[in-house]
Design a protein around this ligand. Structure first.
Ligand code: XMP
Length: 329
């Protein structure tokens, strides 16, 4: 792609101009396309002055840590440290049920990790890393803080994306955000130019605050996260089996804070309800719910209720964006 080749060149030049010859940079990898492509770009320019960290925040999908660390090491050859921050994160989220409060808490906890990581690096490098790389996209910027007078319909925050609105004012890092003006498709094109494997480029987006925005209300009780992981894994695997993964922008399950009555075996049950969401989209700013066949919906619902003991009801979200957002929180 000629255009994206030029954008890539420009961003690499900009990075050389922004970061001094002795400065070091840290990057938090989420396992998603944006941060991975951002890190690959920065690594190409700065080499071993880039230090990547993958944070297990306790809000990851099934086996996500192993999958992602394996890709970084074996396919992308990026040096990445894995930090387990699940306990402090889940402790901090205990009892927090307001969606924005959850997002802010998660953002603040991420910043804690970056600060600690920077302090550790300072011991070996003899200087503090000055920059933080983020894979922020144009839609993240728009939806977190639309520019005044931009003619944007939304004059207020829709959601504080953890990598934009969730950052504290006294952040001790300067931000490196090579994709602030780009859409996801463009980042994917740049990733291809940089040799990021196709299977990684095509991964569905996953939000920074992770499964926390897919458990409605408080996330820390009753094995909610584990139930959600199981359901999500069945849903996405079924989509892959049916060959639909690449047609869909994003597909995931949502854990609802209600129980319903059902009958499982010959027994009355009182168990959880989960919602499935799948959408098509060009850029994440608008989206249409995906029309699965009735046969698919029947199959996936049976699989979930048969395998996940704590779930006795599955519903499918038929809301487009707008009026719904893609994530439920
Ligand atoms: P919404 O729910 O706002 O989501 O329609 C649009 C797209 O953005 C993703 N998303 C996030 N990505 N940090 C991210 O990196 C966040 O805080 C965040 N919140 C939502 C969402 O998954 C969808 O692809």
């Amino acid at each position: 792609d000629w255009n994206m080749g030029q954008v890539l060149e420009e961003q690499m030049e900009k990075l050389k101009a922004q970061v001094g010859p002795d400065d070091h940079v840290i990057c938090a990898l989420s396992g998603g396309v944006d941060s991975t492509v951002a890190a690959t770009l920065v690594h190409k320019v700065l080499g071993d002055r880039l230090h990547c960290v993958f944070v297990d925040n306790g809000l990851l999908r099934f086996n996500e840590q192993q999958r992602v660390m394996d890709t970084f090491k074996n396919h992308l050859h990026l040096p990445v440290l894995c930090v387990d921050h699940s306990k402090p994160m889940l402790d901090r989220l205990r009892g927090v049920s307001d969606p924005e409060a959850k997002r802010k808490a998660i953002g603040a906890e991420f910043i804690e990790v970056f600060k600690n990581y920077a302090t550790e690096l300072e011991k070996t490098l003899g200087r503090k890393p000055k920059y933080l790389v983020q894979g922020t996209l144009y839609p993240d910027v728009i939806e977190s803080c639309p520019p005044p007078g931009s003619g944007q319909k939304h004059s207020h925050t829709i959601k504080s994306h953890h990598n934009v609105g969730g950052l504290p004012k006294d952040l001790q890092f300067e931000l490196v955000e090579p994709f602030r003006e780009l859409f996801k498709d463009e980042v994917r094109a740049i990733g291809r130019l940089l040799g990021v494997p196709e299977q990684f480029i095509k991964r569905h987006p996953f939000p920074g605050p992770g499964l926390a925005v897919r458990v409605i209300g408080d996330v820390t009780e009753d094995g909610k996260l584990d139930t959600l992981r199981e359901v999500d894994e069945i849903f996405v695997n079924t989509i892959r089996e049916y060959g639909l993964y690449d047609e869909i922008w994003q597909a995931f399950a949502v854990f609802l804070p209600i129980k319903s009555v059902g009958v499982q075996g010959d027994q009355r049950s009182h168990a959880h309800v989960v919602a499935l969401r799948a959408v098509t989209s060009g850029d994440g700013m608008t989206a249409d719910w995906y029309s699965f066949t009735p046969a698919f919906l029947r199959d996936v619902s049976n699989r979930i209720c048969n395998k996940v003991r704590s779930v006795n009801r599955v519903v499918y979200d038929i809301t487009s964006k707008p009026p719904g957002t893609i994530e439920w929180e």
